[in-house]
Ligand binder design. Structure first.
Ligand code: DC
Length: 210
């Protein structure tokens, strides 16, 4: 059996994960999964249901019973949250929902099934190389200067980005962290094509699809 090609991309908000994931997916003919959107959609659904995102038990019970679509995880219980993923309300509540270990259990299991169904993929998030796919083919950990990260997320602003990064890095359950065997790349002044070349070059020959 051939090994699935899984590229794990982790990093803080605005570090360039989505841009790199899209470019890599195109080069390698793989599908991409933005796991941040799954946490955002779950948060939007929790708010939509008038649940308090700080109420861990209620939020976990909701997540455990939720029907999540198998396309990108943004349709929950038949309600499409794709237009609400980046509202100020979701930005301010998502780190709270993502810190809930039972919610993470539900979404991590969904994320693993998503990849299994496609026999591989480019997956971006905060804990992909450390928790979701510790055996990923290649692990990348992206960083970028704060000013550049804020420039990439003008609708959110630096204060909100830094607040989320702080919460996401300090939480107990699967915090944002670089896997020991991840390549760390600063994307601040680096063309995407350079980074794609670097990542593709690190794929072991026997599972190279480019
Ligand atoms: O990538 P993003 O900024 O859209 O992610 C939104 C939030 O989801 C982020 O603040 C933390 C959480 N998240 C997470 O905890 N684990 C992941 N694998 C992806 C995102």
């Amino acid at each position: 059996m051939t090994e699935s090609l899984i590229i794990a991309i982790d990093g803080s908000a605005g570090s360039g994960k989505s841009t790199l994931a899209a470019a890599l997916a195109e080069r390698l003919g793989l599908a991409t999964l933005d796991t941040g959107s799954t946490y955002r959609a779950m948060t939007a659904a929790v708010l939509h249901e008038d649940l308090d995102p700080a109420n861990n038990a209620a939020t976990a019970a909701f997540a455990q019973a939720a029907a999540i679509d198998d396309l990108d995880g943004t349709v929950i219980n038949a309600v499409n949250y794709s237009d609400e993923l980046r509202t100020a309300e979701v930005n301010s509540a998502v780190s709270l929902v993502a810190a809930n270990p039972l919610v993470r259990q539900v979404l991590v299991s969904w994320q693993r099934s998503w990849v299994a169904l496609r026999r591989g993929g480019v997956v971006e998030g905060r804990d992909i190389g450390t928790v979701v796919f510790p055996d990923a083919t290649v692990k990348v950990f992206l960083t970028a200067r704060s000013s550049e990260r804020a420039r990439r997320r003008p609708e959110e602003g630096l204060a909100s980005i830094e607040r989320r990064d702080e919460l996401d890095s300090k939480r107990e359950s699967s915090p944002l962290a670089r896997a020991e065997d991840a390549m760390e790349i600063d994307t601040t002044d680096r063309p995407v094509s350079d980074i794609v070349d670097l990542v593709v070059a690190s794929i072991p020959k026997q599972i190279h699809r480019a």
